[in-house]
Write a protein that binds this ligand. Structure first.
Ligand code: ME8
Length: 649
């Protein structure tokens, strides 16, 4: 099966903070691709893992009062729990602290040094600590790190350097002559024009200031710094330079490295150059996907705009989460997450279209045929379009998946679901059921629906992890191993037993109510970390200068009125006088203050906070509170009486 092998990798995830919905994007996409390829008969190897070394990890561990190893162990537990919850079927999970990886990285380092691809020198440059990257002046954006926007500082130390500049021409040539190597095409142009053509600088690949990393065996003051350690995971996981290279021999080169767009440079320039230096073949493809945006910004822990995948799965199920990520984001571009778009997608596609189709069809089969699948021996012209569309799916879905147009593949599958619902409206089975002479026709209609649903579930088993199995079970079918023989209309034999799904596939949600509940949960999550891991990875805020602090406008205010928000047991809506104006401010403090207690209080208000909807009400500012470690919350007040609207500085 060597020719039908498919080796897919996600980046290894930083073990320096907790994981949010944005992180799930790469793994869910790769999981769907792998499931699809397995159903096509490929011998798939899916690799994911964690990036556990580096300065940021060491700092966070110290802040959490743990050793770096203890710290990354907690993160490892968290991420593997998350992948299990999302049904991610990886074949191997690599941790960069795994002994075999450490050993192989040391060997790689030695090999590159022996070949003359590494040399010792001194590095001086602008360094971004969180990103562990040196930058040139020209690469900075407004004087800040171009990746994360934070401050950089001058740094100098003895380092080993990788002769990246030697590979510039070969890299340009490779990208140009292999149009599928780096996709989408826009990313290839960006790499060539912004990085390769202006000229590559040799790369600093060891540090002496850092201790939490892979030690360089022949120069113990140095540890291998990020690039060679992290990127090599894609080959060390397969046993490269170990005693058993059978996986490496079988699966390398990777068929696809799936990465977020911010790390395309590492994967399409630095990594291929390292591979060239090692005389290894390059991955067949690097795909730089877009970001999941939240309120116009990349969803990220440091921006505080994260959505908790554990919470989404607990309330709307794992399939809703997977479906949203796969269906809502045009692959390659950025996609926007909002609670509303999440719930709307859930209600419209999963509840109305798919859930409804399955429950109506199985109910009619049970009601009219005692759950015994009737024969389809009374065909009519009307049936052809549905049958044709269902049979045609294979070609279009395979094409879309080969081109990584995951969204399009799901759109086509759901067009068949919608066509089947329309078929019910056209054939009116409830009318056919009234006349016994129409029983044959009714049976054919229900057979066609059952068969369409079965085939849809076969396809969906590449994308979703719960519903397809439940749906197939209704027809006595298990999950498919291969598409072959499963996706052609007519497999179901009349006479088989049909049942309802064991539980309702997708319970409908009331969007407006649910939006309030989601905000409530977010507030309590921010107050009371739900997962053990969140507690241990609380971020210490970065230092800011006085100019940054001065951007926050604080004023005194007086609460004129206050009421509890309907549908929420956490939110209070206060009318606050601030000098000459009054504002509505929503605060998550109903657990600590009653509306009566709030009235008349002097408070401290952040007055230039962007208005935000909380509990369905636009909140025009924030009341400052203090919270102790036991979770007691108190409002802050001026120490003596002072006019409302007084500036605080
Ligand atoms: O980059 N939307 O790790 P990481 C979409 N350790 N994807 C997102 C996202 C968002 N809002 N936030 C994160 C690293 N990701 C390195 C990789 S590989 C040798 C080293 C994606 O934990 C991100 O684009 O920061 C990346 O693909 C993955 O999550 C891991 O990111």
């Amino acid at each position: 099966m060597k020719d039908k092998k498919y080796y897919v990798t996600t980046p290894i995830y930083y073990s320096s903070g907790s994981f949010h919905l944005g992180h799930c994007y790469t793994t869910v996409i790769c999981d769907a691709l792998c499931r699809f390829k397995r159903l096509e008969g490929y011998d798939v190897f899916y690799l994911t893992g964690t990036d556990e070394h580096g300065q940021k990890v060491a700092e966070r561990a110290m802040q959490a009062g743990k050793t770096p190893q203890e710290f990354v162990d907690v993160l490892y537990d968290q991420i593997t729990k998350l992948w299990d919850l999302l049904g991610i079927k990886y074949d191997k999970f690599i941790r960069t602290t795994d002994a075999y990886h450490v050993k192989a990285v040391q060997e790689i380092f030695k090999k590159l040094y022996a070949k003359g691809d590494l040399y010792k020198s001194e590095y001086e440059g602008l360094y971004c600590t969180p990103c562990e990257s040196f930058w040139t002046e020209a690469q900075l954006v407004n004087g800040k790190c171009p990746d994360c926007g934070r401050d950089v500082s001058m740094s100098k130390e003895e380092s080993y350097f990788f002769r990246l500049s030697n590979y510039q021409d070969r890299l340009i040539e490779h990208i140009k002559s292999n149009p599928d190597f780096l996709l989408p095409q826009s990313r290839a142009n960006e790499m060539i024009n912004n990085f390769l053509k202006p000229g590559l600088k040799d790369l600093c690949v060891s540090r002496t200031s850092l201790k939490w990393g892979v030690p360089v065996t022949f120069d113990p003051n140095h540890v291998v710094y990020v690039w060679i350690d992290a990127l090599s995971n894609y080959i060390t996981a397969l046993g490269y330079l170990s005693d058993d290279t059978s996986l490496f021999d079988r699966y390398w080169p990777a068929d696809i490295h799936m990465v977020g767009k911010e790390i395309v440079r590492f994967h399409s320039i630095i990594w291929p150059a390292i591979l060239m230096a090692l005389d290894l073949p390059l991955p067949k493809q690097v795909y730089g996907h877009g970001w999941l945006l939240f309120e116009g910004d990349k969803m990220s822990k440091s921006k505080g705009n994260i959505t908790d995948p554990f919470d989404l799965c607990a309330h709307y199920g794992v399939d809703a989460l997977r479906y949203f990520l796969l269906r809502d984001v045009p692959f390659g571009s950025d996609g926007v997450y909002t609670n509303r778009s999440y719930l709307t997608r859930y209600n419209s596609d999963l509840v109305n279209d798919l859930g409804n189709l399955v429950s109506r069809t199985t109910a009619m089969l049970i009601q009219n045929f005692d759950g015994i699948l009737p024969a389809n021996d009374t065909p009519a012209e009307l049936d052809n379009e549905l049958i044709q569309m269902t049979n045609d799916l294979y070609v279009s879905v395979v094409k879309d998946m080969n081109e990584l147009k995951v969204q399009n593949a799901l759109i086509s599958i759901f067009q068949v679901v919608q066509r089947a619902n329309k078929y019910i409206d056209e054939t009116k089975p409830w009318v056919l059921a009234k006349e016994s002479e129409n029983k044959g026709r009714l049976g054919t209609v229900l057979y066609n629906l059952a068969e369409t649903i079965r085939i849809v579930a076969v396809y969906l088993s590449a994308f979703l992890v719960e519903a397809p199995e439940q749906i197939l079970k209704c027809f006595g079918e298990g999950l498919p191993k291969l598409f072959e023989n499963e996706v052609v209309f007519g497999k179901l034999k009349p006479g088989i037993h049909v049942s309802r799904t064991e539980k309702q596939l997708f319970p409908r949600v009331n969007i407006e109510k649910e939006l309030i509940a989601m905000e409530d949960r977010l507030l309590s999550l921010q107050k009371e970390p739900k997962h053990e891991q969140l507690e241990t990875t609380t971020e210490v805020k970065e230092e800011i200068n006085i100019e940054t602090f001065a951007k926050v406008e604080l004023k005194t205010g007086k609460i004129l009125d206050c009421e509890k928000l309907q549908n929420s047991n956490k939110l209070l809506k206060s009318t606050v006088q601030i000098g000459n104006e009054t504002r509505t401010i929503v605060s998550g403090i109903a657990k600590y203050y009653s509306p009566e207690e709030m009235k008349g209080k002097d408070v401290v208000v952040v007055t230039n906070l962007k208005p935000a909807k909380l509990g369905g009400v636009v909140s025009e500012g924030m009341l400052l509170c203090a919270e102790d470690t036991s979770g007691n919350v108190v409002l802050l007040s001026p120490e003596k009486a002072i006019d409302s609207g007084s500036k605080i500085s």
